[in-house]
Design a protein around this ligand. Structure first.
Ligand SMILES: NC(=O)c1ccc[n+]([C@@H]2O[C@H](COP(=O)([O-])OP(=O)(O)OC[C@H]3O[C@@H](n4cnc5c(N)ncnc54)[C@H](O)[C@@H]3O)[C@@H](O)[C@H]2O)c1
Length: 358
């Protein structure tokens, strides 16, 4: 019989509560410990989960013999936190998105984990939405044919009070803007379905709130396969989250993933009868698929199976985000094989970072 995994969560903010909810009733894994620098936040999560509370993750790692930790701290601190965790303990890490803000940081962390004999698992939960999986199988089998056009349309609402929740939000050093924080899920799905991107041209702006990075943008993409793509992303939709859709115009048919987090198969021309079967109702934009991620991790860890999302594959989405930013910064088409990065995304800000280091 496979072992029940002992899980700890570091960072008890917005998304951690969702993780705890998605873990409920899942066999094969137990949330045994949680940690936040702010004890009250950890206590609140503990009321819901019964897990032991810590305010120092090194102490948690030393005492709890964990198989897996979920890192849900502010994005700009992920690199430092994972490096420190692996320096103190050989433990697998489920790393919330965006895993890191610089590609070199990701490569370094992955090499460190390999040295320790553990793995870092990217989240990208929406890849496991039923609707996304159905379209993926159609891309692999050739049911939809070759990619003619791949499109992301994200119309969500993040008002000023969202950016004011914490100093790290919307900054280049700790978060990024609408493309990096929210758009990453759908840009990743587009890559997952349509394949690698060869060249991009972006125009980014702040239109709905005051933040350092963008809350709105449009981009043109050329895929390696020869197909074309388009991104239309905004957090300035009001008064609510309306849409997160990804569509593929293939040479043999059309697939449109819609809903607030690509949770619905709105159009599937090869087999319209399957649209309802592969559509799910979700209560919020995080969706329901963190549960799928944990379920797959139980098998991946216990049976030494491949990661649900390969780390280097996940890192390619970060590479693409850098190309999209750099194109806007230089006002030009950027080829992915130039391997240029944004001049600002992931720039170190010791003042902001200091708040989260122990
Ligand atoms: N997959 C998704 O759909 C999804 C959704 C939301 C957020 N996220 C990601 O999850 C991460 C966290 O986002 P959030 O909205 O929950 O942020 P948040 O600010 O609400 O929570 C972060 C928490 O981390 C804690 N923290 C910081 N440094 C710490 C340390 N050294 N030790 C222990 N705790 C520490 C903070 O006190 C805070 O409570 C971000 O990377 C974000 O992009 C992913």
């Amino acid at each position: 019989m496979s072992k029940e995994l002992r899980l700890g969560i570091i960072g008890c903010g917005r998304v951690a509560f969702h993780h705890a909810e998605m873990l409920k009733g899942l066999d094969g894994i137990k949330l045994v410990a949680i940690c936040d620098l702010i004890e009250e936040k950890a206590r609140k999560l503990s009321e819901k989960s019964g897990a032991k509370v810590y305010i120092n993750y090194r102490e948690m790692l030393a005492r709890e013999e964990l198989d897996l930790v979920t890192l849900a701290t502010p994005t700009g601190a992920h690199y430092e936190h994972v490096k420190d965790i692996l320096a103190h303990c050989a433990v697998n890490v489920l790393l919330e998105k965006p895993m890191v803000l610089r590609v070199a940081q990701g490569l370094e962390l992955n090499a460190l984990a390999a040295k320790k004999g553990v793995r870092i698992f990217p989240v990208y939960q929406n890849r496991f939405n039923k609707a996304v999986q159905r379209v993926k199988s159609a891309m692999v089998s050739g049911e939809l044919g070759d990619v003619v056009l791949g499109t992301v349309r994200l119309r969500w609402c993040r008002p000023q009070r969202y950016y004011d929740l914490a100093a790290w939000r919307g900054t280049y050093s700790m978060d990024g803007g609408a493309y990096v924080n929210q758009g990453i899920h759908y840009i990743d799905i587009l890559r997952y379905l349509a394949g690698e991107v060869e060249e991009v041209n972006s125009c980014l702006a702040q239109l709905g709130a005051k933040l350092e990075a963008e809350d709105t943008g449009v981009s043109l993409l050329k895929f390696r396969s020869g197909g074309l793509g388009q991104l239309e992303i905004t957090m300035a939709a009001r008064p609510d989250d309306f849409e997160a859709s990804v569509s593929i115009v293939g040479s043999k048919g059309l697939a449109v993933l819609g809903g607030i987090c690509a949770n619905k198969l709105e159009t599937f021309s090869p087999s319209p009868g399957e649209q309802a079967i592969y559509s799910e109702e979700v209560g919020m934009a995080y969706g329901l698929s963190h549960r799928q991620v944990y379920s797959k991790l139980i098998t991946a860890i216990n049976e030494k199976q491949p990661s649900p999302v390969d780390f280097n594959d996940g890192l390619n989405t970060i590479r693409l985000l850098h190309a999209l930013y750099r194109s806007n910064e230089d006002r030009r088409w950027v080829r992915l094989d130039e391997e240029v990065e944004s001049k600002r995304l992931g720039e170190r800000n010791d003042k902001l970072l200091a708040e989260y280091l122990i």
